[in-house]
Every structure is written in structure tokens, then in C-alpha cells.
Design a protein around this ligand. Structure first.
Ligand code: FE2
Length: 367
């Protein structure tokens, strides 16, 4: 690479012709403390970065840029990658109207009561199943107890909705602590921030089914948050920022040997009528994209602001697990996460498509 001039200007790093705001650059290191070198999942605490963060020193060594920051952290950046990102900055998607309305007929929840459980036997009874399906439609989730162990109950539940959807994880997958079958944070034991799955898929999974098989030790509860209720509240609090999140696409990726998926969509996706149809947010899988000049603070403030709303623990519905319990939820509406845990934790799980979920509602006369 030809010698590239690098300097500091106020709170930005100037790299050749590119002025890169420090607040953005601090969040997008390529060093091993910032990004998992195998999965490329992000490790940086995006939401803890001081908006006033500033570079204190910059240094280029070959194809690597090192930045010392005012918070005492040093980040490293692959120059080729950074220059590519800086050369293709992102603007807002044009669309008619502003903001969004919520879909009709759903019950938004923001200070949840305890989880309620249907007996898994309702799958054998059309009327009882319709009641469980209506719960899923209204609240975005349904929980069951009393399922047999093994793959069959997961398949049966998926087939009550549509069919298990094959993905890079397989059709019905095992998610076992410590197995590291895939290079994904889902297989680790630390607490997982609430997120949606498949931000790297153009057609993110419609539902997620989890069925617990084994549990030893403590913790590892599932946490659900109503993303539509959070979006409504965010819009009430900051309509301009909520509108921006309907028009700014976030890119995400999934990388493992032989796999490299990339997709993008706004965190708040609306249909042509301005109705919110899908929330998407997974900070672990987010790819580096630099917003247009003049848009950087607005994008970061909107992204962080929405996260602050939906990440509020008072919104979290906690599902404690035990073998035989099964949870299905709408991945286009609910964020899910997990508390940290000790011991072993084993699940069967699968995805279904969202059009199949909607189809099940129609067939049951629920919409
Ligand atoms: Fe997940």
C-alpha cells in the first residue's frame, strides 16, 4: 500500500481523503479485543462508548492502523477494510411518509407478567391449539410444558405452524453449551444481550422454537422483549430517531468456514402502508458501515437510543427453563436473550418462516 497520510482533527481520524469520526471508529476495531477473529462477531461494548470519545494518537504500520483513544483503549484497524468502508458511506433510504403505525390486533406488552405455560398436549387438540396459537399471535410468544425429550416435539410444533426451516445450523439443531458446533455466541455461556436472529439473512427466521433437553447448574433463563412495544415507545419519545431507523439499513454478517452470509435492512422495517412489520437488531453480528457525513451522530444516537429502550430490564419477560419446556416466539417481533449460566444446558431448536406463521393464523381464523 502506498504511504497514506493519517492525522487527527478534533474528534476524527483523517485518513487520506477520508474524515472518520472517532465515535464511529472506536466502535469498529479489527483487533482481537474488538472482534472475534474467527466468527467476525463484534466484541466492543458499543453502548458504553462516550459520544465525546477522541483519538489521542494514530500510527500506521504496514496495512494496520493503531489508534490510542481518550478512554485509554487502543484499537487496531485493517486499512484495506477501513478504506473500503470509508469509500462507500451509507445514506438514508427514501420513502414516502414518516414514522410507522403498529399492526392491528396485537397486544403490546411492556411490563410483563410471569410466563404462562400451555400443556404440550394442546398440540393434539385443534381448539386448544388455536388458543395457544392466538396467544402467539397476540403476544409474540407461546410457552409449553410437558413435552417429551428428543427431536420429535420440536418438529411437531414447527409443523403445527408450517415446517422446520433449513438453515446453516441444519433443520432441527442441537444447541448445547460447550459444543461450539458453530462459531456463534449462542453456544457460549455468558449472558446474551437481547437480539433478533438472522440479521444476516434477507428473510430473517419467522419463528424460533427452543425445546430444553438437559439442564444442570444455575441460570440460563430465556429473556423476551416485545420489540413492537419498544418501537412504539421509542417513536413516542423520539419520532425523528425512530423514523431514521425505518430508513437506515444496518448490514450484518455470519462467517464460519465455508459460510459467509451478508444481508441488510433497517432495524424498524415498515411495509408500503407505513406499518411496522419487523424489528431487527443484533449488535454482535453488525457489519462496519459508515453513515454519510453529517449523519453519523444521528445514526449512532438513534441506534443506541432504540437499544436503550428495548434493553430496559423492566421490559424483560423471563422464561425459566427445565427439560420438557418448549418456547416458540415471533423473531420479527420479539427480541430474545439469555441470562448467564453455569453447568450444562442442551436444547433442540428450529426456525420456521414468517409467511407460514401468518398462514397458520389465517387457517385458524385468527386474522
Ligand atoms: Fe439468538
Amino acid at each position: 500500500m502506498a504511504a497514506l497520510a493519517v492525522s487527527i482533527s478534533e474528534r476524527s481520524v483523517v485518513l487520506g481523503e477520508h474524515v472518520i469520526p472517532g465515535r464511529w471508529l472506536r466502535d469498529h476495531g479489527d483487533d482481537i479485543d474488538s472482534r472475534n477473529p474467527d466468527s467476525k462477531q463484534r466484541l466492543t461494548d458499543t453502548f458504553g462508548i462516550d459520544p465525546q470519545i477522541a483519538p489521542a494518537a494514530v500510527h500506521i504500520d504496514g496495512a494496520w492502523l493503531s489508534v490510542d483513544w481518550s478512554d485509554g483503549v487502543r484499537t487496531g484497524h485493517d486499512l484495506d477494510r477501513l478504506l473500503a468502508v470509508a469509500s462507500s458511506r451509507r445514506s438514508l433510504w427514501p420513502r414516502a411518509g414518516a414514522g410507522f403505525t403498529l399492526p392491528a390486533g396485537v397486544d403490546l406488552w411492556d411490563s410483563p407478567a410471569e410466563a404462562t405455560w400451555f400443556d404440550f398436549g394442546v398440540l393434539d387438540d385443534d381448539a386448544a391449539w388455536t388458543e395457544a396459537l392466538d396467544h402467539l399471535r397476540r403476544f409474540g410468544w407461546a410457552a409449553f410444558d410437558g413435552a417429551e425429550l428428543g427431536e420429535e416435539p420440536t418438529v411437531r410444533l414447527a409443523e403445527r405452524i408450517g415446517y422446520p426451516r433449513a438453515s446453516i445450523f441444519g433443520t432441527v439443531w442441537n444447541m448445547n453449551s460447550g459444543s461450539f458446533e458453530h462459531q456463534d455466541s449462542a453456544y457460549e455461556s455468558f449472558a446474551l444481550d437481547v437480539h433478533t436472529d438472522g440479521t444476516y439473512s434477507h428473510d430473517g427466521p419467522g419463528t424460533i422454537v427452543f425445546a430444553q433437553q438437559l439442564k444442570t447448574g444455575e441460570g440460563g433463563d430465556s429473556v423476551l422483549v416485545d420489540g413492537f412495544a419498544a418501537a412504539r415507545d421509542f417513536q413516542a419519545q423520539n419520532p425523528e430517531a425512530a423514523d431514521l431507523l425505518t430508513r437506515y439499513a444496518v448490514t450484518a454478517h455470519y462467517v464460519e468456514p465455508g459460510v459467509h452470509l451478508v444481508a441488510e435492512r433497517p432495524p424498524l422495517r415498515v411495509d408500503e402502508h407505513g406499518t411496522l412489520v419487523q424489528v431487527s437488531f443484533n449488535n454482535y453480528d453488525r457489519s462496519p458501515v459508515l453513515p454519510d457525513e453529517g449523519l453519523v451522530d444521528d445514526v449512532i444516537d438513534a441506534y443506541n437510543g432504540f437499544r436503550a429502550v428495548f434493553n430496559d430490564v423492566s421490559r424483560a419477560l423471563v422464561h425459566p427453563w427445565q427439560p420438557g419446556r418448549v418456547l416458540v416466539f415471533d423473531n420479527w417481533r420479539c427480541f430474545h436473550g439469555r441470562t448467564g449460566f453455569s453447568g450444562e444446558r442442551q436444547f433442540k431448536g428450529c426456525y420456521t418462516n414468517h409467511e407460514d406463521l401468518e398462514g397458520a393464523y389465517r387457517v385458524a381464523g385468527l386474522i
